[in-house]
Each structure stands twice: as C-alpha cells, then as structure tokens.
Design a protein around this ligand. Structure first.
Ligand code: PMP
Length: 406
C-alpha cells in the first residue's frame, strides 16, 4: 500500500555491488525523501540567518521557521505546549540531559531502574549519575523477549527516583507497555523517562496519554536530518531543571559574576541551534503525517507478517525476542547457523542488501541473550514485499555459499 512512496527517496534508486539496493538498516538511520531535501535547500536558499537575535527580515523568517518546527513536533507527539519541546542533537543528548538533572536530585540511598535491553545511551548516563551520587542502578530483566513486568513491580519501591526505559527495543523490536508502566512508576513517586528513538518513527505517540515525564527521540530515524533530536519534558519538570549547557541564546541578562536564563524552552538551547535540522525534521513530520502514523505502523506489521514464515522456514536461522508477532515491530535480529554475523552481513551486502551486524549498542542485552553479536534487519515505510523476498533469497544464498545446498 505504501510501496509507491519508495520513488520519493532518490538514494534508494541505485545499484550496489551490481544489485539494486535493498536498504534494511532503518533502526540505525532512515533515508530522506525528496520533500525533506527540498525543504532543506529552500531554507538555505531563501531564509538562512541566525535565530532570535536579528531584527532583519531573514532572521525573522528563520526564527519563524525554527519555532514553527517546534510546534510541528509538539503537535506530532501531542505535547501540551511547544515550551515542552527542546531541540537536541538526538536521543543520546536528551537522555544525558535528564540524567544530568537526576544528578542534582539523587542521593546515596536512592535507586534508578533501567532494563537489560537498553541502548548504551540509556545505560551509561545513568551509570554516571549513580556513580556520582552513590545511588543504585537496578535492572529489569526479560521474559519471552519482553520486559518482565513482575520484575519491574518487584524492584520498584519508594527508593526509586527515576525509571528510564526504551519504548521499543532496537534489537528485539518489542514494545514496552509505557502507559501501564507510568502508573506504576508514579505510584511510588518516581519519574518515568522514555527512550523513544525506535517508537516515534513507527507509531502514534501521545505523550500526554502515555503520561511520561520525559521522552527523547532522534530526527534521523524518522526521515529527518542527522544532528537534530527532541527532548520532551512536562513543563513543571523542565521549569525545575537547570540548563546543561551555558552560553549565548539561553540567557536573559549577564552580569560579571552571574547570569539569568531565558524562559522555556530557550534556557536549554545554548549557542546557535541546528535551525536547518529543526526545519528538516518538521518537513519529515509533515511527510509522515500525510501518510498517517497508523498507516506507517500497519505497513510494517504487514511486512513482518509476510517475511516471518519465510525466515522461520530457513533451517538454522534463529530469531531473537518474542515469537509472538503481535508483540513485535519492524526490527528482526537473527543469527544463521554458527556463521559470524559480520560474515552474513558482508555476504548480504554482495547481494545489495544493507543490514547491520554487531552488538547494536546493547552489549548488556547480548550478554543476557548469550550471543556475541547478531544480524539485524529493520524495516520502514519504503520497504516492500519484494525487499523481503530479496532478503530471504540472499540469506539462503549466503547459507548455501558457506554450508552447501539446503
Ligand atoms: N536508543 C535507541 C533505542 C536507539 O536505537 C538509538 C539509536 N540506535 C539511540 C537510543 C541513540 O540515538 P542517537 O544515536 O540518534 O542519539
């Protein structure tokens, strides 16, 4: 149904290793439609100027586009106000900012809860916050490839101050029941931080309905440019938070020995922001809104349902995570026989199929699964059933190359 949108992505129309490119590394980053590339060029061709400072026309236009982008993001994730939208470099920066805020609040007896399936960017900032404050970092384990809610309930207590979890795992593709988790976390008086890097590109996000306190995501994983991301925070919490970076743009008055900050959201945005990035992200959101996030999700569900039995039929192929398709999104991590995932990914690249191999920035998860690495295929709006067929065909070819005919 969405297949025709592939022609909007010029990069996909190319030959790699004598084969038409099949791009299945979307969990790492997505490609950009011509519509986003055009908006970026238009911004630089017509309106480029620094924001918030100039009184000249270009600066006013540039500021208007930057702030309109903030409103587009606020509407996309159903935030109450655009004051709750902070532009960052990406998910990693957003999570670091919240963990920095946590450092100001945590005390030695407090606890922070994350899970074994987190991306490194939702582990290391919390390790640092706990090391600096003496707070304890506790982990939720998995059951059938999903967060074990019984373990979460066990580790939650009045000592818990922050719970920080991925909405969707970048390896297992499983979706965490964030709304239910928010109720549990708030019942003990803690804050819920959500890593939305893998959910925001693929499903409807409503931060008010989910009742999350903080929510971070990256533009480049949802058709936008690299170097732009978003940290959402409830307004009353952002008011409490101190800026993490200091300098121009974020100040109200500067005296010799002290300074005062601008109001939200600008107190967090020190220095010249990534104006074109924000404008490009808004163009990506416009593109996704034209399709409808329900359709984006439905398209990926259809692709996964299509490829699943074909992958299952390949002898020696192990898929990690839940085997229940209703609990999975468009990420499939697998291994083939005892072949090294890097060999498999290289062989697939010879067939024009781009997948990722490695630990996917989730070493604790792979240790937990007791595998050193996996291959990962991840899907997006422009992928087609023909792409699925090509992946399956290329895996079978790889298996026959290394092990002989099936
Ligand atoms: N969390 C998850 C679940 C991710 O998949 C990623 C990107 N692979 C990140 C965080 C980090 O995102 P970024 O590198 O854009 O900051």
């Amino acid at each position: 149904m969405l297949e025709e949108c592939k022609s909007d992505f010029p990069i996909l129309d190319q030959i790699v290793n004598d084969e038409p490119l099949v791009y299945l590394d979307n969990a790492a980053t997505t490609q950009k439609p011509q519509q986003v590339l055009d908006v970026l060029a238009d911004y630089y061709q017509k309106d480029n100027a620094n924001v918030h400072r100039g009184v000249h026309t270009l600066s006013e236009r540039s500021t208007a586009r930057y702030e309109a982008a903030r409103q587009t993001v606020a509407d996309f994730i159903r935030a109450k106000s655009s004051k709750e939208i902070l532009f960052t470099r990406g998910t990693t920066t957003g999570l670091n900012w919240v963990a920095q805020f946590a450092r100001d609040l945590l005390q030695a007896d407090d606890e922070v809860i994350i899970s074994v399936q987190e991306h490194h960017s939702n582990i290391i900032p919390w390790q640092q916050a706990c090391q600096k404050t003496g707070a304890k970092l506790r982990y939720v384990t998995l059951k059938n490839g999903e967060l074990d809610m019984d373990v979460l309930k066990e580790v939650l207590s009045e000592k818990t101050k922050f719970v920080s979890l991925a909405h969707i795992s970048n390896v297992l593709g499983s979706v965490a029941p964030i709304k239910e988790i928010a109720e549990l976390v708030h019942a003990v008086g803690a804050y819920l931080v959500v890593d939305g890097a893998q959910s925001t590109p693929h499903m409807v996000i409503d931060v008010q309905d989910l009742d999350v306190d903080f929510f971070a995501f990256s533009g480049h994983k949802m058709l936008g440019p690299t170097g732009i991301g978003v940290l959402y925070g409830k307004q009353e919490l952002l008011e409490l938070m101190s800026p993490v970076e200091f300098g121009g743009e974020m100040i109200e008055f500067v005296y010799e020995q002290y300074a005062t900050w601008k109001e939200l959201p600008w107190k967090f945005e020190a220095g010249t922001p990534n104006i074109a990035g924000a404008v490009g992200l808004a163009a990506a959101i416009d593109y996704l809104n034209d399709i409808g996030m329900e359709h984006v999700q439905q398209h990926e569900e259809e692709l996964i349902a299509y490829i699943w039995p074909k992958l299952q039929a390949i002898p020696g192929l192990t898929i990690y995570g839940s085997q229940d398709l209703s609990k999975r999104t468009g990420v499939i991590a697998f291994n083939l026989d005892n072949l090294h995932p890097h060999d498999v990914a290289t062989a697939l690249d010879y067939e024009g199929v781009a997948v990722r191999a490695g630990h996917h920035c989730a070493q604790p998860l792979l240790r937990y699964l007791q595998v050193p690495a996996t291959v990962r295929a991840s899907f997006y709006i422009y992928n087609t059933k023909a792409d699925c067929d090509k992946l399956v065909e290329a895996i079978i070819k790889t298996k026959e190359f290394f092990n002989g005919p099936i």
